[in-house]
Ligand binder design. Sequence first.
Ligand code: ATP
Ligand code: MG
Ligand code: MG
Ligand code: MG
Length: 483
Amino acid sequence: TAPTTAQIREKYLSFFESKGHLRLPSHSLIAPDPTTLFTVAGMQPFKPQFMGAAAKFPGYGDNPRVTTAQKCLRVGDIENVGRTLRHCSLLEMLGNFSFGDYFKREALTWAWEFLTSPEWMGLDPSKLYATIYEDDEEAFGIWTKEIGLPEDHLLRFGADENFWPADAPAKGPNGPCGPCSEIFYDRGPAYGDDTWAEYADTRESARFLEIWNNVFPQFERQEPQADGTPTLVELPAKNIDTGMGLERIATVVQDVFDFYSNDVFAPIVARIVELSGKPYLGPESISHRVVAEHVRSVSMTLADGVSLSNTGRGYVIRKILRRASRHAYLLGLREPVLHTLVPLVVASMGSAYPELVSEEARVTAAIRAEEERFLKTLEGGIQRLGGLLEGMQQGGILGGEEAFTLYDTYGFPVDLTKEIAEEYGVSVDEAGYAESLEKAQMLARAGSKYGKSELFGGQDTVGDLSATAFVGYDQLEAEGQVL
Ligand code: ATP
Ligand code: MG
Ligand code: MG
Ligand code: MG
């Protein structure tokens, strides 16, 4: 029988321990440095080591080789949950790191050994493919001559694909970066009839799934020159940073259709099916996926000490939770149910992340309270918006003032309005929305005869989702995409 997600995590960490790595616990989801709000990759806690700091980890030991399973939250992927079958908002990144110790040869040959050896993942080598950075002849030689990967299983891409962070030389962020080599798994014809050669053009495939990024951080990106020329400086030493998505490798190894059929999500999806009476049908069952995935990410983030709020991290989590609420509503669930799924998250994730166990009561209560609040306003907003959209043509534009009314009166965040409108092929006049919002805020600031609470109506409106929060969120989206 196939290993569980927990067993795969453990196998990965012990494989790299057997290669001389020090196992460290996951860093919190609250990012270790200010480049992002949330931790977005396994390497993020180790930026100082990549930049040359000593590889000393008080309480654990000193070692230039480290391995972790890092919980990550990618704001830029929130909306991909539902759209693609390969993105979670919260993911666990399995990583092995070298701080000036081993380099490409060991990284790639160990990755290959872990994936293909029957003792470890036992994947069929003929289903594995890789990409390399355009002029990385060293990686090319290791893949083709030492590992024996056929040349037609390799593709070369530029910095947009094979640099991490993507396009770092031109776009940043400043800090450690380098070319990378990514490993893909061919899920087979059941997922599509495209070929690997076609991936060079499409760069999007349900069949060829990216599972593991092997990054070779050997540069520090610094401020570009005045004329915009990128500045890449060699780091004191060459490093290795790898990241394999645990959800993806588990789905491949368990040979199930998607994340939502693997051992972590299947029990949650089964419960959603039971509660809603709606079967899970794979690609078309967006709402099941959003609910299952978002409940996990919200639970994990709340357990790390983030509170629901109007700005920053708390706002992002509130947005994720409301998105889940809205999808539960679309499944016909009219009572708060998300909080009842928390025990299932704790059951599958609690042994690796004990903070989930100790924080379960607080997490459950916070989700429940927010669900209750949001459901009240959701109902009114969905009805009003549905009525408006039904009367519109595909390609139409919903007026900004209307979007503002939905927000003002029903506590309907504009991104939710946009998402629902999209389903009808309608877009939202965002500039008009911003204008209406600003006008209303000016009135409020001027201390007009409307008290703030009256002007902004119900309990979930501007009072707790302020304009600054929206702007903040757009910035986050951008950040999430950079990293
Ligand atoms: P993709 O191209 O599929 O969006 P990525 O190139 O953005 O993935 P990396 O930044 O290279 O991903 O992260 C390393 C690994 O983490 C990926 O190879 C993948 O296995 C996993 N991963 C990245 N983003 C997600 C996600 N949103 N959900 C699940 N796994 C992910
Ligand atoms: Mg991505
Ligand atoms: Mg990618
Ligand atoms: Mg990648």
